[in-house]
Design a protein around this ligand. Structure first.
Ligand code: GDP
Length: 452
């Protein structure tokens, strides 16, 4: 994903500092130069890089580092803190209006991901107990209204559109977007929706007329939040685009889209610092759930390959079956044996959490094992299920009885080679050992978490 190469470069740079008892000025100069190059190559805007490096250097030359027990690690800590700073510092979520509905407007270039985001945001808010309504004010792009209706349908959220019957791709609804926005908000008010999300027309480049239209919609409806959506893949152009929108519509927050892509990530690292507006959300795919709150501190940790365990846990909690988790916890407490059935249940929980690759990618040290991650075969979970289902209930709770003929029978039953059955049993034995350790109060060792 995004930031891979930046992350590689930075971690390589820090490796050189590892274990040094003292850092000379030359060490710090060299490190600063490497970081500077890595940031520029990642398309971070020049003025942002300049300021970043100046701050890192000044702090690294100070007593914070010279008096540290582990100066190398102290430099990493400084880089981490400064990175959090340019990403906007604190996490910022939507602010809801005292008197509903809260009106949220989306703005950005055409193709940035506004319409897609509208569906995701509506879905998220709905799941949080809000009653959002979408309003289609992108009357410029053919099919944008339709696309919003489809997204709203998938999210289970109503869509206000000027032409209820628009169905052909070629037909572009006419009408005045400002009027549509007003009417949409009025309808939302009448039907007691507590949030309105307005999708507006994008533009291919920065265009005064359309910018004016966005500003007009904003003031006509008194939008509480204006989210500027920007494609993380657009590179150095991000800064000028963001600045124009900041001047044109004075947005309140930024959404980075397509963070799942292979972009170098410069936009992400520049926009907050150049506009002074926080990045609030990240869009990471085309699905309704590929959307997360942007936490500057966690993102910095991800870039520096310190892992993003918090996001991992949250994602797990969101999809974890509470009853199942409670049962598992009780089992630990009772020091009951961990069986193949538990193992299967755990795998199924993991599968529900979404892509294993995405999850594993958030672990500390993930950047270092990227190659293994790329090769991770999601379908292997299905085969594990097949193998375990081919076992008798007794075999599942007492895998010790598994002799050669049982293994052969299971392999045949699940359509795999015996070696796969053996592998699974080995992995299970390891998991069982780890579970015992955790039940005993010990935490398993995280990979890559060692001292620098
Ligand atoms: P709009 O013109 O700003 O409304 O942009 P759209 O919402 O139509 O998105 C443009 C294209 O980008 C569509 O093909 C979307 O499916 C795709 N897209 C939007 N957000 C993401 C994202 O986070 N990741 C990826 N991979 N694709 C996205």
């Amino acid at each position: 994903p995004v930031f891979n190469s930046l992350s590689d470069r930075l971690t390589a740079t820090f490796k050189n500092l590892r274990g040094k008892g003292r850092l000379t000025e030359a060490d710090i100069d060299g490190t600063a130069r490497e970081i500077r190059r890595a940031l520029l190559d990642a398309d971070v805007a020049v003025p942002v890089v300049r300021e970043f490096i100046a701050r890192v250097k000044a702090r690294s030359l100070g007593s914070e580092v010279s008096e540290a027990l582990n100066p190398g690690q102290q430099v990493v800590k400084i880089v981490n803190e400064e990175l959090v700073g340019i990403l906007g510092g604190q996490t910022r979520e939507l602010q809801f209006a005292k008197h509903p509905p809260t009106i949220i407007m989306l703005a950005g270039l055409q193709g940035a991901g506004k319409t897609t985001l509208a569906g995701k945001l509506a879905y998220r808010l709905k799941n949080q107990g809000h009653t959002p309504m979408l309003v289609a004010c992108d009357l410029q792009r053919p099919n944008a209204v339709n696309q919003l209706q489809v997204g709203g349908g998938r999210a289970g959220v109503p869509v206000y559109a000027p032409h209820p019957g628009v169905s052909s791709e070629a037909e572009t609804p006419t009408g005045d977007p400002v009027q549509v926005a007003r009417a949409g908000v009025a309808e939302a008010r009448e039907k007691l929706h507590d949030v309105v999300i307005i999708d507006t027309a994008g533009r291919l480049g920065v265009d005064t007329e359309l910018m004016q239209q966005a500003a007009d919609i904003k003031s006509a409806v008194g939008a509480h939040e204006v989210l500027f959506v920007i494609d993380a893949m657009i590179g150095q152009d991000a800064v000028t685009t963001a600045q124009s929108f900041n001047e044109g519509v004075d947005f309140t927050g930024v959404v980075l889209s397509k963070l799942d892509g292979d972009a170098r990530g410069g936009a992400a690292l520049s926009v907050a610092s150049v506009t002074g507006k926080p990045v609030m959300y990240a869009s990471t795919g085309e699905g309704l759930k590929d959307f997360e709150v942007f936490h500057p501190d966690r993102m910095a940790r991800r870039i520096l390959d310190m892992g993003d365990v918090l996001s991992l846990i949250e994602q797990a909690e969101a999809s974890w079956d509470k009853a199942e988790a409670a049962k598992m916890a009780q089992k630990f407490a009772d020091q009951e044996d961990f069986t193949l059935e538990d193992f299967l249940a755990q795998m199924q929980q993991l599968k529900k959490m979404g892509s294993m690759k995405k999850m594993l990618g958030m672990m500390p040290g993930a950047q270092g094992m990227r190659q293994q991650l790329e090769q991770f075969d999601e379908s292997s979970i299905g085969r594990v299920e097949a193998i375990i289902y081919s076992m008798t209930p007794h075999e599942r709770v007492a895998p010790k009885i598994m002799n050669g003929s049982r293994r052969a029978r299971i392999a045949k039953g699940s359509g795999v080679h015996v070696s796969e059955v053996n592998q699974l049993l080995e992995r299970f034995a390891q998991a069982q050992k780890m579970m015992k350790k955790m039940a005993g109060g010990g935490m398993p060792q995280m990979p890559g978490g060692g001292a620098m």
